[in-house]
Each structure stands twice: as structure tokens, then as C-alpha cells.
Unconditional design. Structure first.
Length: 152
């Protein structure tokens, strides 16, 4: 996968801070793995402004900034429009964690292998004022559901 594609896919991974993914109309979440019994209902906000909630605790390793990961994900904008989904392609994606938008790099370090996380990424941790035309508008907040399959 090209560096641009990886950066685009991962930079597009930003989650809503106001409402969980299951509340987003028009998005088919049936392809995702199940949430855990102790899925967090509320988002936690980090010092950087990233909002997240753990949907399923993993039991494996947690990635570091320099690790490569294998994930499945779905990304959408504030208006609920899905812009990318590895679930729709039925194929996980592998990439170095330091080659994606800052919101993904920070957020995936909060979950371990087998885990599932929802991210709400503010613009400054995503694509910023330039966006990623034509799909991601300038200053867009990104929303993601991410399942971490493996830390390489």
C-alpha cells in the first residue's frame, strides 16, 4: 500500500465526540466484530483533544509509535457520511503507526490486540485546515471505529 494511501486512510480516521457510532444514521455496522461486555458508554478526552472510548478490551500487546499494526476500521464525518471502510473491502489494513495522522497514532496506543476503540479526532490531529480533498473537507473532525488485530 502506498505511503499516500496509508496516510489518507489513517488520517481520515477521526471519531465523533458527541454520540457513539451506533447512533450514526446510514452506516452499516454489522460487519464489525462485537463490542465487549464492559464497553465504555462515555468518551474520555486526552490532553491533546483526542476523544475515545474502549468498545472491547484486548488481551494482547499494545502498539508503540514505531510498531506496525493490522487493523479493520470504518471512518465517517460529522454529518454521518462514511468516507472509508476496510470492512467494506473485507480486508484488514497494515501500516506503521507513525505513518498516519496523529489522532490514529495516539489512539491506537490506548488499545491492545483484540481490542476495539472508537475515536473522535479533532481537525488538528487529523488533516487540519487543508483537509484531504475531495473526500475530507478542511477542518473536518473525523470519527472511527478501529479493531486492532495484531501488533507486528
Amino acid at each position: 500500500m502506498s505511503q499516500f494511501r496509508i496516510s489518507f486512510v489513517l488520517a481520515s480516521v477521526v471519531l465523533l465526540g458527541c454520540g457513539g457510532a451506533e447512533e450514526q444514521a446510514g452506516i452499516d455496522f454489522s460487519l464489525e466484530g462485537p463490542n465487549g461486555a464492559n464497553a465504555q458508554e462515555e468518551f474520555t478526552e486526552t490532553d491533546s483533544g483526542l476523544k475515545y472510548r474502549i468498545l472491547r478490551q484486548g488481551t494482547g500487546a499494545s502498539p508503540g509509535v514505531d510498531d506496525e499494526v493490522s487493523v479493520s476500521y470504518r471512518g465517517w464525518l460529522d454529518d454521518g457520511r462514511e468516507f472509508d471502510s476496510s470492512y467494506q473491502r473485507n480486508q484488514p489494513v497494515e501500516f506503521p503507526l507513525n505513518a498516519v495522522v496523529r489522532g490514529w497514532t495516539e489512539g491506537l496506543q490506548l488499545v491492545s490486540e483484540g481490542g476495539k476503540i472508537e475515536l473522535s479526532i479533532p481537525s488538528d490531529l487529523g488533516y487540519g485546515p487543508q483537509g484531504a480533498p475531495p473526500v475530507i473537507p478542511p477542518d473536518a473532525q473525523l470519527h472511527f471505529i478501529v479493531e486492532l488485530h495484531e501488533v507486528k
